[in-house]
Every structure is written in structure tokens, then in C-alpha cells.
Design a protein around this ligand. Sequence first.
Ligand code: SF4
Length: 295
Amino acid sequence: MTPLYYEEPLYRPPSEAGSLLIQATVGCSWAHCTYCISSVAGRFALRPLADIQADLAEARRLYGPQVAKIFLLAQNALVMPPADLLQISAAAHELFPGLQQISLYAHPLDLLHKTPAELRALDAAGMSLLYVGLESGHDEVLRRVKKHSTAEKSIRACRRALDAGLRLSCTVIIGLGGKELTRVHARDTGRMISAISPHYLGCLTLMPYPGSELDRGVARGTFKALSTREVLEEYCLLLENIGPLERPCIFRANHASNYLSLAGDLPADRDRLMQQIAAAQSHPETLRPETWRAL
Ligand code: SF4
């Protein structure tokens, strides 16, 4: 048997823990965000379609036909040409008849580079859940971290995906504006989430990758990272600024980078989440210790 191909660095969302992981791309096609491992390690490549199809066939031999979920690695597999993604989806559904979901990461610009018709075709083919790293809704934060997007572009990209029928899981990063921009980062990120109304919202807490530009900025003192207390305050500000939503949003801050694990539905559970944050502010000893945090 040929083992499935995997090339570091590899990341998948926590909710994809039970999914078959298939490497469609390697690394990130952008690779400039100042806090990210992709800016300092690895390379970017599109894998040949034939190799991806061979991995799917091998997975069928290894695991049988009962695979229910597939996650396409790596950091923005949606950058692939739509025709290739459709062929991957077709091959996966043929090999795994009970397949319920294919999901992948996307940069907002990957969405804007696809037409509404192409996105509708991906949804119809069962490639129906996208994880989009938005990180912030404040343009100055996005500019400083070199995200290569703006709030307007992120909103337009996500609305295009939603209009095509795709489900969206969006991620934002608490602390990305540092002390200087914490309030505007939280305010505009909340407003951006209201304008998008994703199905899922995930929060990470900033942990610059060692050796990255932002990590060096922290060491030099040019970027002032939030204290734990300020992180909790930013959570509250973010939740306060998420206004009316078009659909219920499943909210999770259960990533290992977070000091506090939060889970609920927005807007229904907003007050309970705020109370949980307030309780943690009163009892900081209940927070995840710094040494237990991880990416
Ligand atoms: S944060 Fe995302 S888009 Fe930015 S370099 Fe890392 S993987 Fe690429």
C-alpha cells in the first residue's frame, strides 16, 4: 500500500477531527500574514489532480467506503481551479457513497476569484462547507498583518459564497490589533460578522508563530500584545458589536489558543457568554494557563 501524501505544515479545524484528510494543495498561496507559520515555513504547490485521485483511491482501500466527511488540506485549497475541485468531488463521492460533506479552507480572495456560477457548482457537487479566515473587520489591522484583504472584500467574498448556497465557518483572531487597536478591531470585527451572518464563527486568540514578523515585533516592543484581562475585554466588545444576524450562528472559542473556552449560539446565548466571561474575569485562576495554549 502507498501511504497517503501529507506535507507539513498541516492544519485542520477542530471540528474536522474525524474527517478523512486529503492533501489537495501544499501550504498557502499567499503566505505573507505576519503572524502565520506559512510566512516562515513551507512552500506552496497545487498537487497534480491524478495524485489527489490516487490518494482518494488509496483511502478507500485503507478505510473502506464508509467515510462520511473529507477535509481538503492545506491552508487555502479553494485556490484550486474549479474544474479540478469538481473532479475531486466527483471521485470522492464515487469512492465513498455515504459521503456527506467535503470542506476546505479559503482565503477571501479565493472566493472573489470564483464566479457565482462556479461557487454554485461546487455547492451542488457537495463541496459545501468553507472555513474562511477573516481575522479582523478593521482595515488597518488587516493592513498591518498583511492579510491581503479588507473588510469590504471579506464581506463581499463571504456574501458571494452564502448566495451560492455554501455554508460558512468564519474565523477571527482576538488580540490581532494589539493594545493600540483593540477597540476598533473588536468593534469592526463584530460589525463584519453581522454583515456576513456566517453559519459558524470561531475565535482564536493571537499566538504569533515563533520567528514570524509579528513575533519579532512583540520581542522588539513595536507590537504590544494584549494581557489576559484585555483579551477577555476584547471578547466582550466583539460579542457586543455582533448585531442582528440573518441566521443563527454557532459560536465557538474552543481552540487551544484561547484562555477561555466558550460555546453557544448567537444571538440567543450572548448574555450567557458575557456572564461566563465576567465570571472568568473575577476568577482568572480558572483560565487556561499560558503554557497550555497552542496553535
Ligand atoms: S493566515 Fe492564512 S492566508 Fe495568511 S499566510 Fe497564513 S495560511 Fe495564508
